[in-house]
Every structure is written in C-alpha cells, then in structure tokens.
Design a protein around this ligand. Structure first.
Ligand code: PEP
Ligand code: MN
Length: 449
C-alpha cells in the first residue's frame, strides 16, 4: 500500500540518473535482502518533526533564529557509546547556550548524528605498500581496517547503520527531554573538564543564566520551555539505496519523507543537476540542504533551487557555503546576490571546515582554528554587505579532547596533532575549540542586525 503510493509519487525516478559515489556491491542479492528489510522497519523520525524543523529553518532564513549543525565528519559504529554520544550532545548544547545567551537569538540545534555513516571519496580504491583495496566509504559500506575482508562493501552494514542510528537517536531523545538538558543544570554540563579560558568563560555565562533563571522563578515564571531541548538529526544523503529504503509515505499528507533523519543534505561532490541525488531529493518532503563549494555559480544555485524547491517554500532549502577562508569574500557575494535577486528563498549556512583542509608537515589531515574562524567572519561580512541573512553554522566537532585541528586557546600545534588524532576521515574541533568557536560566533551574531 505504502509502496504503491511511493511508486505513484515517482520515488524511483532517480534510478534513471547517474549516481556518483556509490559503492560497487559485490553481491546484488545480499543488497536486495538488506534493502527489502529496511523497507519494513519503523521510521527513525516522523514527518511531522521534519515539518517543525522546516519552520525553524525558515525562521533562521529570515534572521529570526540561528542554526547550529554539528557532529562528526564520519560517525563510527564502534564509537556509538553512551559517553561519546553524551559528550557530543553536551558540546552542541553548550555551544547553543553560548549562542542563545550571547546573541539573544533562538538556536536551532541539529546533530550531524544518528546516520552520518556514508562518505564520498576522491578515489574508489586505496593502495598501501603495493596492495590495492576498495576505499573506505564509511561504516555503512565497509570498515576502516586495511584488509580485504573489511574493505569489501557489505550490505548487512545498511541494517547495522539503521540500528546504530536508532540507538543513537534514542539517547539524543533521552538526553534532550529526560531532564539532562534542563537549563538549570547548565553548570553541570561543564563538569569534568580541565580549566582553560573557554571553560572559565562558559562557567561565568552559566552563572549569569542561573541568576536569571532564579530571578524568573522567584517572580513566578513558568519554566517548561527550559526543561527540554529540541534537537534534530541530519546526515549527508549519499547512499541512495539506504535513503530510498527508509522513505515512507506520511499518513497525514500522503507525501514521501525520507525518515532516516529530519534534515538531509547533498554533498559538494553529488550536487549535479542531472544527477541521481538531486532527482531523489526533489521527491522527498524533508527540509534539505546542498553544499556549495568555490566552483559554484549563482546560476547553479538558482537552478538547484528551481529543481529542489519549485514552489519556493520557506525552510525547504538550505545552502551550506564551504568556500575556504581565502575564497569566501570573492566567490560567495555573487552567488548570494544572484539568489537574492532571483527571489528564491534559501537559508544560508557557513561550513568553515571543508574548504580549509590541508596536510600538516607531520602528515596529518588538519585545519587551522584561525582559518576556520576567518571563513565564518567572511561569511558574516558578505551577508552584511548584501543585506542578506547569515542563517547558521555547520561544523565538524566531537565532545572529546582530541587533537585534530591546529590552534585554539590550548594552542595545539603540528607536533601536538599526534597526541590524540582519532578521526577516520576529516579533523574535528574538540570540545574546548567548539566552545571557543561558539563565543566568537556569538559576537559576530550579536552584530548581525
Ligand atoms: C562532509 O560534510 O563531510 C563533506 C564531505 O563535505 P562536502 O560535501 O562539503 O565536501
Ligand atoms: Mn567532512
């Protein structure tokens, strides 16, 4: 019944288009068994929740809220532990507190979590010491260890991805609605971290919030809104077999929604107008985002908006600019201006991570904290100049004390990277760098209007 409605909605039209960055599954029958099973499982999110997020994204696009989207470059199944998930949620919530309080703006919180398992790669294979194996494409496809067995794409991992997403999302829902995220515990979220400038600043802000909350309580204020936090899930909708299999018909509207996450995005490498990803995403009704790199033009952006949001619904389409700090001030203005002048409504986010990656002298893939911040600053400058809205921030972060990004108040340097470099793909801000970034962005944001 639902499958018939999906067919009637033309959900499989993407199969006629070229899909980049898909694995070569060695066993088509095993793939069919996995996707068949995924078509039967309960949805991870509800269409109604995705609709709420669309409204929030619309508000951010109008300058009435600010989006904070953060999480791992690539989530790893084995790292979906209570401690790591809690630390990541805590980091996002702490950043959100800093932004909300520092800039008096509602913050829309979105995790790059509970589904961020598929990665685009520059090459299909990897060679080490004369041995060539399939590239690691994320835990949903294969595993990182450099052996034949672990690198062969295994469709059973699609089901694992679903189950790990479900347990991660369960913990997100428990942490954000079960009392942990109560604003009156804002001090506790900082416990267990060594003293450093970002934490001291956070503690001071937490004291001010405490005082404000106590004052409001004494004055008889109602506090239900402070007890729970709304947090949404998102990931790159890269692996189309997975996304299609988790698409369901919303019983209220009769429309298809990809129920693997609230927000899905198309990456820089798969945003071709005549590609399968754009076609598939044009058929689902979630809010969606598209990454735009430095080779994008205003014409590309407008054409994408026409394909993905023909009715110009506010909040349906977000563009995530990832230009690089050295290019954002040159490349972004004409795109934002073109989009503005065409009358297309989009919510603009900055991803200051992906245009600023390089290999350090010691051989680590890294980014500099200052460069990341410079791109955010450039993004705000461009919007200020054009009278448009800088609507949010998209970052790769972890709640743990890793050493993957150079700089920040703890002054991680090239030598320091080796100390605790854990990412399997891109370098992430650690907990304290994330907080530091939030304070700096709060300053930019409070000057927004
Ligand atoms: C990512 O977000 O991890 C990523 C691959 O980004 P982009 O598509 O912008 O390169
Ligand atoms: Mn990344």
């Amino acid at each position: 019944m639902s499958e018939e409605a999906l067919q009637a909605a033309g959900i499989d039209s993407y199969l006629e288009y070229e899909a980049k960055q898909q694995p070569s599954w060695p066993d088509p029958d095993a793939l069919a068994r996995a996707t068949e099973r995924l078509r039967q499982v309960p949805p991870l999110v509800f269409a109604g929740e995705a609709d709420v997020l669309r409204e929030h994204l619309a508000a951010a696009g109008r300058g009435e809220a600010f989006v904070l989207q953060g999480g791992d470059c690539a989530e790893i199944f084995a790292e979906a532990t209570a401690d790591r998930i809690r630390n990541k949620i805590k980091t996002i919530l702490q950043m959100a507190v800093v932004l909300t309080y520092g800039a008096s703006t509602p913050v829309v919180k979105i995790g790059r979590m509970a589904g961020q398992y598929a990665k685009p790669r520059s090459s299909d294979s990897e060679t080490r010491d004369g041995v060539t194996l399939p590239a690691y494409r994320g835990d949903i496809v294969n595993s990182f260890a450099f052996t034949e067995e672990s690198r062969v794409p295994n469709p059973e991992r699609l089901l694992d991805a679903y189950h790990v997403s479900a347990s991660t999302l369960n913990l997100i829902r428990a942490f954000t609605t079960g009392g942990f995220a109560d604003l009156r515990r804002v001090h506790q979220w900082n416990k267990g971290f060594a003293a450093n400038p970002a934490y001291a600043r956070y503690d001071q802000m937490a004291s001010e919030i405490d005082r404000a909350v106590r004052f409001m309580e004494a004055a008889g204020g109602e506090f239900d809104a402070l007890r729970t936090v709304e947090m949404f899930s998102s990931h790159e909708a890269l692996l189309l077999d997975y996304e299609r299999s988790l698409t369901r018909i919303d019983s209220r509207s009769g429309l298809p929604y990809d129920c693997s996450a609230h927000l899905l995005w198309i990456g820089e490498r798969t945003r071709q107008l005549d590609g399968a990803h754009v076609e598939f995403m044009s058929k689902i009704h979630n809010p969606i985002a598209v990454k735009l790199g430095p080779t994008s033009t205003a014409a590309d952006a407008i054409a994408l908006a026409e394909r993905l949001n023909p009715e110009n619904v506010q909040g349906r389409l977000t563009f995530v600019a990832r230009m690089g700090a050295d290019k954002v001030r040159d490349v972004l203005p004409s795109i934002v201006e073109g989009v503005r002048d065409s009358g297309v409504f989009v919510t603009w986010l900055t991803d200051p991570m992906h245009g600023n990656t390089f290999t350090s002298d010691s051989g680590f893939k890294t980014r500099r904290f200052d460069t990341i911040l410079d791109e955010v600053t450039g993004f705000f400058e461009v919007h200020r100049e054009l009278g448009t809205v800088p609507g949010g921030l998209h970052v790769e972060l972890t709640g743990d004390d890793v050493t993957e990004v150079i700089g920040g108040a703890e002054e991680i340097d090239d030598q320091g990277l080796a100390f605790r470099y854990e990412t399997k793909v891109d370098p992430r801000l650690n907990h304290q760098q994330s907080l530091e970034m939030a304070f700096l962005v709060a300053e930019l944001l409070s000057q927004r209007d």
